[in-house]
Design a protein around this ligand. Structure first.
Ligand SMILES: [Zn+2]
Length: 509
């Protein structure tokens, strides 16, 4: 009998409909699989036959032909195991499924018939939700993702046996309806350190507050042990909550990045991601791609922070590859089968020592680097990359005595309130424009929204000339000043705002 089973494959972040057509005929027993399967799909026959045997059914006495369509799309991974198993079971007449057409199946099978979660279920769910009467059948390990898409009808099962039982029963009570993001509670991540434990670094805390308020990229320069990394790790605690749209966007990427063997308790990404790849990271792990077309760290940081500690230690070509997402908010990876586009809009944070030995800014220790070495070290960061970092700040070594004298610092919660207020101003400002934050404004808008009176503008222009800022550098200055004015709730940028913004240019650019 011929049967067609609906399923999906991933192409980058996109879910593409695939049908698994199975024809089981009388004749010499055999199995043919056509339609551009990759190795994982090719091997699925062995898993599927064994899983089917585990529920006491036999499908091997037939001449079976399987076609995966559309034929020109390369089918990857093991998510087609479940649709293939169902297809073989119904086409051989081993089971009967009422209303087969309304189901869409994805899931990997183990030899003993257990259903294992697959990646990209959120993308599939978002595609299907518009289709009324359609029911998505998934492994239980994918339930959390499916639940995010409000209104989606789905069924989940732990094993092929349970799945068959549910489908044969055909009862509406087995079909769940997703409640959406609102049903999720945002858990406070207690692993994020609090700024109240960071004392004697008020200037750095302030710089990060400005960065968070306008989504500006930032660079911290200071001696080893000055607390650069600690400050950066506190950042997630002062960032505004994600909107529902942002949660879906970011979770969708993380869902596509799930690897085989990852634990089953996949959680939606409810808080802004903070990704901190090691400086030995390869191009593929940072920007994505590779044979399986997985997203890289830059995409996993979408709507959050990509933090590069020890910036000059990163491979230069890897850093240059980040310029595309920093400008476009996405990364495209070209393949023979087409171009995959990964969203990658993140705040870039970085930290570095001022020189190879690390102590050229330390009043108590002597720098042992030759001037030539110091210059080479700084030149590892290219001008164009540096040019995109709005806030560059030096982190002075903290005097240990300060910890005792100053007591507790201002808490992340207090700082966050100001950040959120400033973001609310920006949301209102960009209501009908394609920007979400001051950092994203184009030059023409930077000048317009700075709303400087003529005296202030003259000051800005002459300061920029004195600091030899490029045209781009000048507009970056205005954007940061705009954020500083937003933090104090002012309509127009004034000289004080500009002066503070000028201090955030430790390097020229
Ligand atoms: Zn040095």
């Amino acid at each position: 009998m011929f049967r067609r089973i609906r399923s999906y494959c991933l192409f980058g972040i996109k879910a593409v409909p695939v049908s698994v057509e199975v024809d089981a005929a009388q004749g010499l027993p055999g199995f043919t699989l056509v339609g551009l399967p990759d190795n994982a799909v090719r091997e699925s026959r062995e898993r599927v036959v064994s899983a089917i045997r585990s529920i006491g059914k036999v499908v091997t006495g037939f001449r079976t032909t399987v076609n995966l369509s559309p034929a020109d799309l390369r089918k990857e991974g093991s998510a087609l195991d479940l649709p293939l198993a169902i297809g073989m079971l119904v086409s051989t007449g081993e089971i009967e499924i009422p209303q087969l057409d309304r189901y869409v199946f994805v899931g990997e099978l183990s030899l003993d018939g257990l259903l294992k979660p697959v990646r990209g279920v959120l993308s599939i769910a978002m595609n299907l939700v518009a289709e009324r009467d359609c029911v998505l059948v998934i492994p239980r390990g994918n339930m959390q993702e499916a639940s995010l898409v409000e209104g989606l009808h789905f069924v989940c099962a732990n094993s092929l046996g349970e799945c068959v039982e549910i489908l044969e029963r055909n009862s509406n009570q087995d079909v769940k309806i997703a409640k959406g993001i609102a049903s999720y509670r945002v858990d406070v991540d207690d692993k994020v350190p609090d700024f109240k434990n960071v004392v004697g670094m008020d200037a750095v805390k302030r710089a990060l507050e400005v960065a968070a308020a306008g989504a500006h990229n930032f660079l911290l320069v200071g001696s080893p042990g000055a607390g650069k990394t600690l400050c950066a790790k506190c950042l997630p605690g002062i960032l505004p909550e994600m909107t529902e749209q942002e949660i879906l966007e970011t979770t969708r990427i993380h869902s596509c990045a799930r690897r085989a063997g990852d634990s089953d308790d996949f959680k939606p990404v409810m808080a802004r991601p903070f990704r901190s790849p090691h400086h030995s990271a390869s191009m593929v792990s940072l920007v994505g791609g590779g044979t399986r077309l997985l997203p890289g760290e830059a995409s996993l940081a979408h709507n959050g922070v990509l933090f590069l500690d020890e910036l000059p230690e990163f491979n230069r070509s890897v850093l240059e590859a980040l310029r595309e997402p920093m400008e476009e908010g996405e990364i495209s990876v070209s393949r023979a089968s087409g171009t995959v586009v990964w969203p990658a809009r993140f705040m870039m944070g970085a930290a570095m020592n001022p020189c190879p030995c690390g102590y050229s800014m330390d009043p108590k220790r002597e720098c042992t680097c030759l001037p030539e070495a110091r210059k080479r070290y700084r030149e590892k960061i290219s001008g164009p990359l540096l040019d995109r970092i709005d806030i560059q700040v030096s982190v002075p070594p903290v005097d240990a005595a300060m910890f005792a004298v100053k007591g507790r610092g201002e808490s992340s919660a207090d700082i966050r309130r100001r950040v959120c207020a400033a973001r609310a101003v920006q949301r209102e400002r960009f209501r009908n424009l394609p920007f979400k934050s001051n950092a994203e404004m184009s030059s023409e808008y930077a000048r317009k929204f700075a709303a400087m009176n003529p005296d202030v503008e003259r000051f800005a222009v002459s300061a920029a000339a004195k600091m030899e800022l490029s045209a781009r550098g000048y507009f970056r200055l205005l954007k940061v000043a705009r954020t500083i004015a937003d933090l104090r709730g002012a309509f127009a940028v004034d000289v004080m705002d500009l002066s503070e913004a000028l201090r955030y240019r430790a390097f020229k650019g």
